[in-house]
Unconditional design. Sequence first.
Length: 235
Amino acid sequence: MTDSEEGIRLAKRVAALAGCSRREAELLIENGAVRVDGEPALLPQMRVLPHQRVEIEPGARPAPVVPVTLLLHKPAGMPTDNAHRLLVPANHHDPERAGLRFLPRHIAGQRCMTPLETGASGLIVFTQEWRIERRLHEDAAIIEHEIMVDVEGAVGPESLVHFDRSPARVSVGQRGEGHTGLRFAIKGPHPGQIANLCTQAGLRIQSMKRIRIGRIPLAGLLPQQWRYLLPHERF
C-alpha cells in the first residue's frame, strides 16, 4: 500500500512543513500546536492522507510539554494503584479552570504521592513535577490532611477521649440516624492509621473521605473527576 493510500505519520508531514527535525515536529504536535482539517491533532504517530490539511499554529515553538500536577477524587472501593486509569479527558472537571490545554503528555508518567485505603474516597495527588514530589515527600510529616469519617452509632465524650493522645485532632462534625460524622485533622497520615485509631476507640467505620491536603481542598470534584493544580496553589 502506498503513502497516498495509507497516509504518512503526522510528525513526518509537520517536519516537512516546518523545515524542522522529526523530534521538533513531535514536540509541536504534543504541545497542541498542530491541527488536521481544523481539528487539534495530539498524536505524532497518527497518519494523514495527502488531501488532508495540516496547519501549524503561528509562532509555535518545539519545546517540551511543561510538567503538571493533577488532583483526583478517588472513589471508594478503587485501589490507589488503579486510580491512574481515571486520568482521562472524559473525567476532566473543567478544561478551562487551569488555563491549560489538555495534552496526552499531561497524564504520562504521573506518580501518586498521597495514597488512600481502597475503601476510602477523596483527594489524591498525581504529579510529574519534581518540586511537588519533593514537597509532598520531604514535608509529608508537617502537611495536614483533613478526613471525614462516618462511624456507626453515637459518639460521646468518653469515646473522643481515646484520641487525646493520638496524633490526630478529632471533633464531631455531624450526628445522624445511627451514625456520627467525625472530622480528623492529622499531619502525615499513612493508609490504615485512622482505621486503627478508630478501632482502638471502639468505633466501627462506615465511610472515609479525604477532603483536604495542606491548603488544597477537594472542592467541587465528583468521584472519578480530576483537575489541574493551578499555578498559584500551594500545599
